[in-house]
Ligand binder design. Structure first.
Ligand SMILES: O=C(O)CCC(=O)C(=O)O
Ligand SMILES: [Fe+2]
Length: 271
């Protein structure tokens, strides 16, 4: 067994330093900001400089306060960036998943990008997730893996991820609520929390059973991060359970914009 796999199996995670090119991560971060900038322009009438991060993030906070629905939808569109999906299929990631024991990795759910700041959340648990295991929301293979990395250098101040090493071996913990992501009560857990620290390019691979939580972002900046999730199609219990999928993804029946589009708008598109 490779030493990487051995350490992963023991600890429930591996943090690979300098794993992805900084330029690749920086480009994805910048593209995400550009998508927000289009809606900041529409909502606030402001042209923001996406390369001036502090002032751009202040504009994001104003956009969040001005039009929450558009903000939430923009955040979701960012998760549909082709570049982000391409990264999720990068052979550096899939080869590492194989090295960790996933013989046939498959994507568990679309990539997620998070923008953690208390200025971008209506509820505390939206910017600061309590102790949980991702397996409860994914319910995939028992060797399901989560890949987590920030798009900016992130340590304790920015609230980078905190983990409980070796907690993956205890199986599925009870959880108090199933709203959004349930929280595991403190009394069920040891207090061996480890605060992780990341440079841009560092990538964490962890078992979907590893207990983890958000750190506390005590800064005025946004903690930008990405999560990718994978299952193993060759894991025996996953096959036995008929490959269940816990994520529901469906279109909405009603028209979002009533009486839209006008024929003249169609002609403009196709003339
Ligand atoms: O990035 C974080 O702080 C936590 C994210 C997380 O654990 C999740 O979305 O499942
Ligand atoms: Fe999680």
């Amino acid at each position: 067994m490779s030493s990487l796999r051995e350490s992963y199996k023991q600890e429930g995670y591996v943090l690979l330093k300098n794993f992805l090119d900084k330029e690749l991560i920086t480009a994805i971060h910048r593209e995400g900001r550009q998508i927000f900038a289009y809606q900041i322009q529409r909502t606030l009438g402001e042209t923001v400089d996406i390369d001036d991060l502090p002032s751009f993030e202040q504009a994001m906070y104003r956009f969040f306060a001005a039009d929450f629905t558009a903000f939430a939808n923009t955040g979701k569109q960012v998760q549909h960036m082709v570049s982000l999906h391409r990264l999720g299929t990068d052979s550096r990631i899939t080869d590492t998943l194989k090295e960790l024991g996933l013989d046939y990795p498959v994507i568990g759910v679309r990539p997620a990008m998070m923008f953690n700041s208390r200025h971008l959340a209506k509820r505390d648990d939206y910017w600061r997730l309590g102790a949980h295991q991702d397996w409860r929301t994914g319910q995939g293979s028992l060797d399901s893996v989560v890949v987590w990395f920030p798009l900016v250098p992130a340590g304790a101040d920015l609230g980078a991820l905190q983990i409980l090493p070796r907690s993956h071996r205890a199986g599925l913990y009870d959880s108090t609520s199933v709203d959004y992501i349930g929280t595991i009560p403190d009394e069920l857990l040891t207090d061996d929390w480890q605060q992780l620290e990341f440079e841009v390019g560092d990538v964490l691979f962890f078992s979907a059973f590893l207990v983890h939580r958000s750190g506390v972002n005590s800064t005025e900046s946004v903690r930008w991060s990405v999560q990718l999730r994978y299952n193993n199609l060759l894991e025996t219990t996953f096959i036995e359970r008929g490959y269940p999928l816990a994520y529901i993804y469906k279109p909405q029946a009603e028209l979002i914009t009533p009486d839209f589009p006008a024929v003249s708008q169609m002609n403009e598109i196709f003339n």
